[in-house]
Write a protein that binds this ligand. Structure first.
Ligand code: FAD
Length: 224
């Protein structure tokens, strides 16, 4: 963050990443920080993850739980997680954000960024004009397996995708035998919880059990 000392920075996005960047930039001595986001300012309040923990732990014994829900029921789970995770910001951030040189622009979008001598000129759809040195996109992530540079064209040809996500069996194996995906890319098949560290333990247990069944030599490692 030291590189941003004295800089004017625009963060595009208004969820946890953008706000954490803003706090860290300010503490590193950035001169001015603006945040532009399309929605209202989320609340600085604790999230309740207790229901997710039980749900994901249960998937070790029932790895097919999410895929067997109806499309509507899956959407309910996605929305519930999104509401908990995306509509709230960690409360310990508030004091670090509400500072004189941090400016929030809720319900705005960037319409134009152009180069100017000594920086960038940014126009928001609220008609505000900002002069900044850097623009940082904290706009989130989308899975697109086709962009993994180490998967060959021929392998990708045998890998059907849904919205960029691979189809996975209940042991995280894709339709290419021996090729497995966990965490965020497994979210389509296993549910959105797998985009968070909370999914990692369950994924390891499920995958460990599958691999130790197919390669008995791994059983000892799996047991550990
Ligand atoms: C900005 C951000 C904020 C997040 N905040 C939270 C949060 O608050 N709470 C939460 O629960 N989760 C959060 N997550 C999600 C969390 O980081 C992931 O769920 C978790 O890291 C997944 O663990 P993983 O080991 O599967 O993958 P990763 O932690 O991503 O580890 C992947 C590993 O693979 C290596 N690798 C990648 N490509 C190659 C390659 N070609 N060859 C060799 N090695 C390679 C990487 O170097 C890395 O070591 C956040 C994610 C991001 C991006």
């Amino acid at each position: 963050m030291a590189a941003y000392r004295g800089k004017r920075v625009l963060l595009v996005g208004g969820r946890q990443s953008a706000f954490e960047w803003a706090a860290l930039l300010r503490e590193a001595g950035a001169a001015r920080i603006d945040l532009s986001y399309r929605h209202d300012t989320p609340q600085f309040t604790l999230s309740d993850w207790s229901w997710v923990e039980a749900l994901v732990a249960g998937m070790v014994d029932q790895p097919g739980w999410f895929r067997h829900l109806s499309a509507g029921e899956q959407e309910v789970q996605r929305l519930r997680l999104w509401t908990e995770g995306r509509l709230k910001l960690e409360p310990w951030l508030a004091d670090r954000i509400f500072q004189p040189n941090v400016h929030l622009h809720p319900r705005t979008q960037v319409t134009m960024v152009s180069e100017k001598p000594g920086g960038l000129s940014v126009r928001l759809d609220s008609e505000e004009e900002l002069e900044v040195d850097e623009v940082i996109a904290a706009t989130g992530y989308q899975v697109d397996i086709r962009r993994l540079p180490f998967l060959s064209e021929s392998l990708l040809a045998g890998l059907p995708l849904a919205n960029g996500y691979p189809f996975l069996d209940e042991g995280f194996q894709s339709q290419v035998p021996g090729l497995y995906f966990s965490s965020f890319p497994a979210g389509w098949a296993f549910g959105p919880f797998f985009g968070f560290t909370i999914g990692v333990r369950a994924a390891s247990r499920i995958l460990g059990a599958v691999l130790s069944r197919s390669s008995p030599g791994l059983a000892a490692v799996g047991a550990e």
